[in-house]
Design a protein around this ligand. Structure first.
Ligand SMILES: [Zn+2]
Length: 109
């Protein structure tokens, strides 16, 4: 008799904690860092147009303030754009923090 009642109590407690856990886990998904800012997209579009065509390929090295010619073998993908960098070093820097690189470069008109 004694063991039966404690088993019932255990099952009851498990049921309660299980229910509580379920409601806790249905939280809103964490925001992603992948969403580009409006300023970043505007800068990318402007940089894309520097070579005269809106082809989503940025042919100047963004890390070198768009003053150096980039190469296709050092390219990086970002928000649907392909950015050509001038060296492996520049590509690494761009891929590590693209938003920071873009924010620090004034795209010439
Ligand atoms: Zn560069």
């Amino acid at each position: 008799m004694k063991s039966f009642s404690s088993l019932t109590l255990t099952l009851l407690l498990l049921g309660i904690s299980g229910c509580g856990g379920n409601t806790e886990t249905t939280a809103t998904p964490a925001p992603t860092a992948e969403t580009p800012s409006e300023a970043t997209l505007t800068a990318l579009k402007k940089a894309d147009l520097l070579d005269g065509s809106e082809d989503h390929v940025i042919k100047k090295c963004y890390v070198c303030s768009l003053a150096m010619d980039g190469e296709e073998k050092y390219s990086a993908e970002l928000h649907g754009y392909q950015a050509h960098l001038c060296s492996d070093h520049c590509r690494e820097k761009f891929e590590a923090s693209p938003e920071t690189v873009i924010a620090g470069v004034e795209v010439p008109d």
